[in-house]
Write a protein that binds this ligand. Sequence first.
Ligand code: ATP
Length: 210
Amino acid sequence: MRIEATGLGKRFQREWIFRGLTYIFEPGSATAILGPNGSGKSTLLNTISGQLLASEGALTYEHAGRPVAVEDVPQVLAYCAPYLEVIEELTLTELLQFHTRFKPLRPGCSPGRLIELMYLEKSRHKLVRDFSSGMKQRLKLALALYADSPLLLLDEPTTNLDRAGVAWYREHVHATAPGRLVLVSSNVPEEYDFCSQQLSITDFGAQAAR
Ligand SMILES: Nc1ncnc2c1ncn2[C@@H]1O[C@H](COP(=O)(O)OP(=O)(O)OP(=O)(O)O)[C@@H](O)[C@H]1O
């Protein structure tokens, strides 16, 4: 997956959140999007994923040498973010069966295997609503990391995770990132230190856009 941003800008009403971003996200690369709270990292990820419309500039997507239309980006995208929820009325097993009908897991990974990888065997019949916040985050991360998708977006991936959870994230992001285009929005080095590229939003974010 390759994404090219040209003169990309986003504003809400009169407030520019970022402006003038020209950048190529190369296939197989991992990029950390860095910046303080409120600087526009999530807005940038949502714009790049096509969920928010850019206010100016252009985004082009390419996968396996073919252009991808913005409306087809959800099919190639796996996204984990604090503001994206899973269906809480289902048990873990039901949720995995439902979710993977639309977002298949990578070859060789089944819902049963994912439960083992998450160390959630004892909770397979528990309602997701009754998961702790850390269990829920591990579930959301596992669904994104192990999705069979060439584009992986992670927004503050260790939210709600304890030390063991952070170590789990690091192990599994290392296992699943290679070969995909990965963007990580973060302030925490241990979330993004595997990324070979860094993009500081303060270079084209709200301050720079004024
Ligand atoms: N839908 C919206 N309408 C108006 N303003 C918005 C909207 N979404 C975000 N903003 C504003 O855009 C700015 C950037 O927010 P954003 O969530 O992208 O920052 P962030 O860098 O991800 O922050 P954090 O690190 O705290 O998650 C903030 O000032 C926020 O209030």
